[in-house]
Design a protein around this ligand. Structure first.
Ligand code: NAP
Length: 254
């Protein structure tokens, strides 16, 4: 028996990177996982295949989270799929992980269109997803919002991304108070630089430079974040809510 046996989870942006790692880890702990994706259908199916090969249970759900109507549709499909598999639409764990990365740009160069995209996908969508999840969340449920260490350090050429991720902290704080009476916890987990499989993480000179950012002098791995999320999602973390959990390998220590 895993510690999440009989639990259900939705992980947004689980087609690749950190989200895939979180989905695999929660499924490894016994949860039935809805693997959300937007454009990466093949990759999302690969996530499900990996989970199945590891003895876990998962299925895919699709939505462009920048489109509010698609968030609503996602939850219609999610409820149907959960009912088919468990006899109920109850959701135990929501991981708001999906995010838009975009390009770096100094404040002078950020366009309205780019700013809107960051805010729609990284700030509005986690709220809308949590809003839709609220009636489905069971007593003792978990919302884990994936933030970023950048919300606690200044990087002017990432101002648009950082602003959009900063909203995660407010979402966490206010929602945590709202759902506490139902025994539901809401926390944010903030990765530092993490190898999400993108090409730059295959260039040794780049990795060596990026490793310097962490107090441990290595680049974060997907598993480093997934392990923290699995803890926060477990019953063992029942007394933690409204928290910002630094999962940056000491990047903010200076
Ligand atoms: P990633 O590899 O770029 O993957 C992003 C995921 O988000 C993909 O599954 C993608 O889906 C989904 N996504 C993007 N735009 C979407 C949209 N409009 N609608 C729905 N889904 C969308 O990201 P990552 O590096 O693993 O990051 C995961 C989380 O950690 C994010 O919240 C990010 O802000 C945070 N974070 C990452 C790092 C890092 O160094 N990697 C550092 C700090 C914080 P499709 O591919 O299917 O379109």
């Amino acid at each position: 028996m895993g510690r999440l046996t009989d639990k259900t989870a939705l992980v947004t942006g689980a087609s690749r990177g950190i989200g895939r790692g979180i989905a695999r880890r929660l499924a490894g702990d016994g949860a039935l996982v809805a693997v959300h994706y937007s454009t990466g259908e093949t990759e999302a199916k690969e996530t499900v295949e990996l989970i199945s090969a590891e003895g876990g249970r998962a299925f895919t759900v699709r939505a462009d989270l920048g489109e509010p109507d698609e968030v609503t549709e996602l939850f219609e499909v999610l409820q149907r799929e959960l009912r088919e598999r468990t006899g109920s639409a109850a959701l135990d764990i929501l991981v708001n992980n999906a995010a838009y990365g975009g390009q770096t740009a100094l404040p002078e160069d950020v366009t309205v269109a780019e700013l809107d995209k960051y805010l729609a996908v990284n700030a509005r969508a986690p709220f809308l997803v949590a809003q839709q999840a609220l009636p489905l969340l069971s007593e003792g449920g978990r919302i884990v919002n994936i933030s970023s260490g950048i919300t606690r350090s200044a990087q002017p050429d990432m101002i648009a991304y950082a602003m959009s991720k900063g909203v995660i902290e407010q979402l966490t704080l206010h929602l945590a108070r709202h759902v506490a009476e139902r025994g539901i916890t809401v926390n944010s987990v903030a990765p530092g630089l993490t190898d999400n499989g993108k090409p730059m993480f295959s260039i040794p000179a780049v990795v060596e430079r990026l490793a310097e950012l962490s107090a441990f002098k290595r680049v974060g791995q997907v598993q480093d974040i997934a392990d923290v999320v699995a803890f926060v999602a477990s019953d063992e973390a029942r007394w933690i809510t409204g928290s910002y959990i630094d999962a940056s390998g000491g990047t903010l220590l200076g």
